[in-house]
Write a protein that binds this ligand. Structure first.
Ligand SMILES: [Zn+2]
Length: 214
């Protein structure tokens, strides 16, 4: 009743746009994750709906019952446990991937301007968020290093910023010491307040408790 109809055309289209350079790695990955989460949630929703409408046999002719026909109310805790376990697996896989590319970057990091900028960024992350977040910095560095960019340092810093914000590690990282509700922008070696462009700190010199808070 629910035949395999081939790869999701939306995902295939996204992959094609990514390969054609129309969307960035970060955008494609975010979109991919969103589609995945949405389809999981839709399945949960359908399941709940089909269970509540099954009191009386009328609902079974709706057509979508094929997916959930053999699942009953007492199965719900099992279903919930499965989804939770899947999310835990995804978390684990993600941190393993991060660790792996971090190791790859560190094994060959040198003294290029890019590597120096990555070390300064690592200082800032350690100082503000703690060193357990360092593998994220190195894994983005591993990725950015493979791209032929004019300014790989800025890209790496922006990707790391985006990651901490998207994953709710800190949605305003790094927070402006003068206006804690917005993050600082990075440009030309410094962290700047986006409101007036004032330099708040050089890259690598962020501190957890800035003295110039007003
Ligand atoms: Zn500000």
């Amino acid at each position: 009743m629910n035949p395999y109809t081939g790869p999701d055309p939306v995902l295939v289209g996204l992959l094609a746009r990514y390969c054609a350079g129309e969307v960035s790695l970060e955008t494609a990955a975010t979109e991919w994750a969103r589609i995945y989460m949405e389809s999981t949630r839709r399945l949960q929703f359908e399941l709940r709906r089909s269970l509540t409408s099954r009191n009386g046999d009328a609902a079974s002719s709706e057509g979508e019952g094929g997916v959930t026909r053999n699942i009953t109310e007492p199965d719900l805790p099992k279903v919930r446990a499965l989804f939770e376990r899947v999310e835990a697996k995804l978390d684990l896989m993600r941190s393993e991937l991060i660790e792996e590319s971090a190791r790859e970057y560190l094994s060959s990091a040198g003294n290029s301007p890019f590597d120096k900028a990555v070390r300064l960024l690592a200082n800032d992350v350690t100082e503000t968020l703690g060193d357990r977040h360092l593998p994220v910095v190195w894994s983005f560095a591993a990725h950015v290093r493979q791209l032929e960019l004019e300014d790989p340092s800025t890209r790496c810093i922006e990707d790391v910023q985006q990651h901490f914000q998207d994953t709710f590690v800190d949605t305003t990282w790094p927070a402006c010491p003068r206006h804690p509700n917005h993050p600082l922008d990075y440009a030309e070696g410094s962290w700047r307040c986006p409101r007036d462009g004032a330099v708040v700190a050089r890259l690598g010199e962020l501190s957890r408790h800035p003295g110039n808070r007003i």
